[in-house]
Design a protein. Structure first.
Length: 76
């Protein structure tokens, strides 16, 4: 069981960092068009239980994401 727990922990970290990196790349409009913020928020949500810095950033990014969605919905 300890091995499975360690593997899950490693996979969770890798997935979280990959999602954050993909989100950062997607946030640069010249490289890849599209929204990167949902990927960043999801990656930070995965990393938040293990890293205090990720928890703080997740809260800020989640708030920004919801404000952006509300602004978009108010325009339509």
């Amino acid at each position: 069981m300890a091995v499975l727990t360690a593997v899950r922990k490693i996979l969770r970290r890798v997935l979280g960092f990959v999602l954050v990196m993909v989100g950062v790349v997607m946030s640069v409009p010249v490289l890849v068009p599209g929204w990167g913020l949902p990927f960043i928020v999801t990656g930070l949500a995965i990393l938040a239980p293990e890293y205090p810095w990720a928890n703080r950033l997740h809260r800020k990014a989640d708030d920004l994401y919801h404000r952006m969605l509300a602004r978009i919905k108010s325009r339509t």
